[in-house]
Design a protein around this ligand. Structure first.
Ligand code: C6P
Length: 406
């Protein structure tokens, strides 16, 4: 236990390399995090020694793989503090989880004229599935606006929440602004109105401790790859009573109890929502990522990242004419910025020449860009293995880019 940055950095093989002759500075963790060696080993071990399908065989390897796969589900349950593994649906990612919600829960729940409430800072994956559903069902998408610090205008949320609101789907932590939304207040208010809440927890899982029972959210979606786990795996948590009422999203193997040409009956939770061969190795990798995080003290990690955020905010603010986009009081270690002389893409290319990886573009949040009147931002998103020295390197690279453009 305790927080030892050197030892943490040594756990991540991707950090030990140079790019363009410079030590790699990886500041694109909101897009995806690096994976510790233990996660890579768990995946390699599955493919090297335990390759087998799950839930489908009585032979030894199938039993080993099934135990590892279901063991990972239990680790996810404990990580989220869910009541039961029946509430943990394994998907391919946050996007898949939200689409499942729209196509299963939303489609059955919503009628013409009903309203779905989202916010101005949603990722496209929490906008487009609802728009598609609105088109199909004739329901209406309502949007809670934000202020110029990138904070939700909570009074507007309360005004927009009404008897027609059948669903609230909201991002916990914004990927392009870093804003931490007052999710518990939102959930409480929605429940008082009898409305269920879906939380997009894609960024939240690595930036705050999650307890779905304490949050009292109805559904919670996240991706393994933003939590030091592999790509292609995600989770949809849902309260058992609600998941029980929902129809399957996809049909196929494993999600059935019995099939005849006349009638199919469905499997029990959570399998009802897991048609087809799952990403067995990926799910085992997610379990290993949770094991890895359990060896660290989450409070230490959060404190460390808040220090990085404060340092990064100070340093970037000291650069002449640089504008930070996203200055919420409650914020995590995501630093989006623009500079009047340099387009974000040029900024990204120039700092890359110094071995520094940041993301540039709209970050799948075009409405956020519209709000701030910019086509794109540069974004440095910091993980627990980043350091103040890496922030210094970023600042130096930005100053160099400004010189080039002046
Ligand atoms: N954000 C980023 O660079 P998927 O792609 O399904 O794993 O996650 C989608 C998603 C949903 N919600 C939020 C808040 C997110 O940040 C993301 C992914 C990445 O910011 C890729 S655009």
């Amino acid at each position: 236990m305790g927080f030892d940055i050197t030892s943490i950095r040594n756990d991540f093989p991707n950090l030990q390399q140079t790019v363009h002759g410079e030590p790699l500075v990886y500041l694109d963790n909101a897009a995806t995090t690096f994976k510790p060696q233990s996660v890579i080993d768990a995946i390699t071990n599955h493919y090297s020694h335990e390759t087998s399908n799950v839930h489908r065989g009585v032979h030894h390897l199938s039993e080993v793989a099934t135990a590892a796969y279901e063991g990972a589900r239990e680790k996810v349950r404990a990580f989220l503090n869910a009541n039961s593994t029946k509430e943990i649906i394994l998907t391919s990612g946050t996007t898949d989880s939200i689409n499942l919600m729209a196509q299963s829960y939303g489609r059955a729940l919503l009628d013409e004229g009903d309203e779905i409430l989202i916010t101005e800072m949603e990722h496209h994956s929490n906008i487009v599935p609802w728009q598609m559903l609105c088109q199909e069902k004739g329901c209406v998408l309502k949007v809670v606006p934000m202020n110029d610090d990138g904070e939700l205008i909570i009074e507007e949320f309360h005004k927009l929440l009404n008897a027609k609101t059948k669903l609230v789907s909201v991002v916990y932590i914004s990927n392009s602004l870093g804003t931490i939304n007052p999710i518990k207040d939102i959930i409480k208010a929605a429940h008082a109105q009898g409305t269920s809440v879906i939380v997009d927890g894609a960024q939240a899982v690595s930036h705050t401790e999650i307890d779905v029972q304490d949050l009292d959210c109805d559904f919670f979606a996240f991706s393994a790859h933003k939590l030091y786990g592999p790509t292609g795996v995600g989770v949809l948590y849902g309260k058992e009573a609600l998941l029980d009422t929902m129809a399957p999203y996809r049909g196929g193997g494993d999600m059935i109890a019995s099939v005849t040409f006349e009638k199919t009956t469905y499997n029990v939770l959570p399998y009802k929502f897991e048609a087809g061969t799952p990403n067995v190795a990926g799910v085992i990798g997610l379990g290993a990522a949770i094991d890895y995080l359990n060896t660290l003290d989450f409070t230490d990690i959060l404190q460390y990242k808040q220090k990085l955020l404060a340092y990064g905010t100070d340093q970037l603010s000291s650069i002449k004419d640089l504008r930070l986009i996203g200055t919420a009081k409650q914020k995590t270690s995501i630093l989006s910025f623009v500079h009047p002389l340099i387009h974000a893409h040029d900024m990204g290319t120039l700092v890359d020449e110094q071995g520094i990886a940041i993301r540039t573009g709209h970050h799948c949040t075009q409405p956020v860009m519209k709000h701030f009147g910019v086509p794109a931002t540069s974004r440095a998103s910091l993980a627990m293995y980043n350091t103040t020295e890496e922030i210094d390197a970023l600042v130096k690279a930005i100053l160099h880019a400004v010189e080039v453009f002046q």
